[in-house]
Design a protein around this ligand. Sequence first.
Ligand SMILES: Cc1ncc(COP(=O)(O)O)c(C=O)c1O
Length: 388
Amino acid sequence: MAVSWSTHLDTVKPFLAMEVMERGMAMSRAGAEVVQLGVGEPGFPPPPEVVRAVTSALEQGHTHYTDSRGLYELREAISKDCLHRRGVHVSPDQIVVTNGSSPALFLAINLLVDPGDEIIILTPHYPCYPNLVAVCGGVPVFVPTSPGDGYLADVAGVKRAVTNRTKGILIASPANPTGAVQPPEVMEALVQLGVPVLADEVYDGLLYDQAVNTSPLAFSEECFVFDGFSKRYAMTGFRLGYVIAPSTAIRRLVSLQQNLFISAGHFVQTAALAALVHGRAHLEMMVGEYAQRRARLVAGVRNLGLSVPVKPLGAFYVLADARHLGQDSLALAFEILERAHVALGPGRDFGEIAEGFLRFSFAAPVDAIDRAMEQLHKAWPSISRMSK
Ligand SMILES: Cc1ncc(COP(=O)(O)O)c(C=O)c1O
């Protein structure tokens, strides 16, 4: 029997930072000391109250399906958190809790896109965005941002890219991989273009140098906000996120959630509630540590002769220009992995515009960052020679 694959997935590309990470894991299993700076994995445990909440939830038998929108108490707590962080009131009924912010993005894009419809993506971008759009049958349309403008959204460029097929403008703030944080006037101008803004705020709260993030919710209810517990509370493995959606979208969103995922995990939702109620001090501690790691990593990367055109104001990544070492960032990332035993994110993952760049994550613990820098420093002469 011949298996034939659906063609609409032909444009879906692998997540390259994950591929470098997985090769690095295989090298570690074979005995190499590989330092992982390629993926956004917080180098902290979750808040202790979260861990206690999971144990106690399991003991109390919170192991069932929940309301497909998520536990009401959790949605109430998310609504309070939204008021606290964004100064905006959203009803618990506008929130759908999902297994991470990734399924939240998938649900919302599915809701908006018919085959051939377009989603504008500000680039450099999170690698999964164009793939999520393509899986839903849509067409990603890229609008570049540039280091000269601090990677802020080019509103005029977005306006020029809008067509009668445009269904949304997808932007992350704070952004992966640039760390850019969009100011209020930019976000307001995007909202005023009259196309739903799809704002990925999974790094909100991880901010440095007094940066303040702005949500499109401050200007309109007709937008989608994706958020979660992975980054802010170091809960990547819990797989919990949510989408805040316009009330007109909820009926369709919920029926998609019911059919595709049923509900997020019961005890995991209990843990997320504990993060919102008790996690603030832990978050502040992590942000303080990340600020120090950022300084250490930026200095280390510059020491290697790579330029860091924009110091990140949020999230936990440094996008470094390595174009003098060649134009194939994936080959370079694998070369660095082989020679220095350090896993990095190849720029190509984040769009054509970031080809030749490398993404370093400062989410990793300080000793891992120091070890990585030492290993890179030692191997750098041979890496630079190789790439000539
Ligand atoms: C910008 C961005 N959005 C979404 C995600 C996915 O997060 P989650 O773990 O909530 O699915 C990531 C993960 O790295 C990310 O960088």
